[in-house]
Design a protein around this ligand. Structure first.
Ligand code: SF4
Length: 123
C-alpha cells in the first residue's frame, strides 16, 4: 500500500521529491524537500540502483562528462564525445551529497521498480 503524506518534514519550504519509506503498515510516499533527507542523515544509497547518467549529467571545467556530480562514472568528454548509459548504475558511494544527485531516481532493490516512473521502460 502506498500513501502520500504531504509536507511531513519542513527542512525547506517547498517539496521537490517524493521519497518512499518502509513503515510497519507498508510503503508510504512522502512529498518533501531533498534537504529533509539530508537532515535525517538518510542520504546514503550505497548498493542502490541509481539513474545518474540517464536523468542527470555533470560536466566539469575540463569538459569531462560524468553521470552525476558524485562523479561515480565518467562518460567521456565534450570534445571527444560521450555515451549516456542505458541502464541504472549501482551506487558505490557512502554518501550522496549533492541535492541534485539526491533528487535523481534511485531504488533500494528491483522489488520497488513499480514505484518509480522511469524504471518501467528500463528494468
Ligand atoms: S552518490 Fe548519489 S547520484 Fe551518485 S550514484 Fe550514488 S545515489 Fe546516485
Amino acid at each position: 500500500m502506498t500513501k502520500i503524506i504531504k509536507k511531513k518534514n519542513r527542512a525547506s519550504s517547498f517539496p521537490n521529491v517524493v521519497s518512499y519509506q518502509e513503515q510497519q503498515n507498508g510503503v508510504i510516499g512522502v512529498e518533501e524537500n531533498v534537504n529533509d533527507i539530508i537532515v535525517r542523515g538518510e542520504n546514503s544509497f550505497k548498493g542502490w540502483l541509481c539513474w545518474a547518467g540517464i536523468q542527470s549529467l555533470y560536466i566539469d571545467s575540463n569538459n569531462d562528462v560524468y553521470s552525476a556530480s558524485c562523479r561515480i562514472h565518467k562518460l567521456g568528454n565534450i570534445s571527444d564525445g560521450f555515451k549516456m548509459p542505458e541502464a541504472p548504475l549501482l551506487c558505490t558511494k557512502s554518501w550522496c551529497a549533492c541535492a541534485a544527485d539526491i533528487n535523481t531516481t534511485k531504488i533500494k532493490s528491483k522489488q520497488y521498480t513499480s514505484l518509480v516512473r522511469i524504471a518501467k521502460s528500463i528494468l
